[in-house]
Design a protein around this ligand. Sequence first.
Ligand code: SF4
Ligand code: SF4
Length: 366
Amino acid sequence: MDVSLVLTHDCNLGCTYCYAGEKFRKAMSLEVMDRALDLGFADDAAKIQLSFFGGEPLLEWGRLVRATAEAEARAAATGKKLVLTVTTNGTLLTDERAAYLAAHGFFVGLSIDGIREAHDATRPTRGGKASFDEAERGLDLLLAHDAWFETISVVDPANVRHLGATVRWLAEKGVPRIALNPNFSAEWSDEDLAAWERGYGEAAELYVARSLADQPLYINVIEDKLITHVKGGYAADDKCSMGHGAVAVAPSGNLYPCERMVEEDRDPSLRIGDVFRGIDRGRMMCLDAQSGPVNDECGGCAVKGRCMSFCACANRAETGSIGIAGGVQCWHEQMLIRIADVAGNTLWRAKNRYFLARVYAYRDVA
Ligand code: SF4
Ligand code: SF4
């Protein structure tokens, strides 16, 4: 079973949209950590993904190193493949820490909202100061150590007007994988939505230009939607598991279906057990019954298979219900599919080898 450890509720930043909720000093005990690893290694899956989240997980660097060593020892003893990931704001990275993450094969998700104006609009420190310089320093360390990583930029009304410039800047820095992550919990005006569509258009133009120039670049929103065209929609294993095969562990040991649902660990309606007693199947059935989307309009929707409205977290962020998709998400999915398909048509007509290899999974790329 894949396990996400929320090492702490604390964070040194105060992002405007933070899904972790109120910050406080509660770190995961070593006993909870060991029980969580027991859970992860208990089944007969050949692979386990161990992920570190927060708050800011690098505030608990010693715990991260200990859990990594323990998981590596267990993987060696059981023959399981271990995949390590960490999602961090990057401000606490040092040369030694970046070297450690690269040496242990971590996949790092670095949260940075883009160019200075975009980042500082949404990701201030807890004291209200700018954090761009520290985040960029973290990005530069990952690049210098040739770490396996992607940037994660939250698209929010406060930074959406910089989206095109952000994607170009990240590409120029040498970021190999760019993830754009919509904030569906925000209030979006018509002008904001128009800026969002322009920004995605610019991202798609860059995606096409880089592929044609033999410098392919992964941009999640564009490439993932193109793959759904080829596959005829999202496959079952593309979707969040909601506790089936993966759990998030709060510092207290409580279990949740997804790390985004841990928040302050105060909502029992989202809990699915704890590390001491394991997963509560009754709670799982209860959450499964609420999964969606249940919107009437989705039933006959032509793009339902390519729509992310199965995502409980996205639904909950906008509508408060894990099974009800919101209007902004519905607009976003249809807008994004249109833009991605235009980019895909251009690359298809050009018979671009990177596009064919990555989206159509052809094997003949040199
Ligand atoms: S860095 Fe992450 S945990 Fe910290 S405030 Fe920002 S979104 Fe929340
Ligand atoms: S695009 Fe809208 S109507 Fe279609 S499946 Fe998604 S949320 Fe439902």
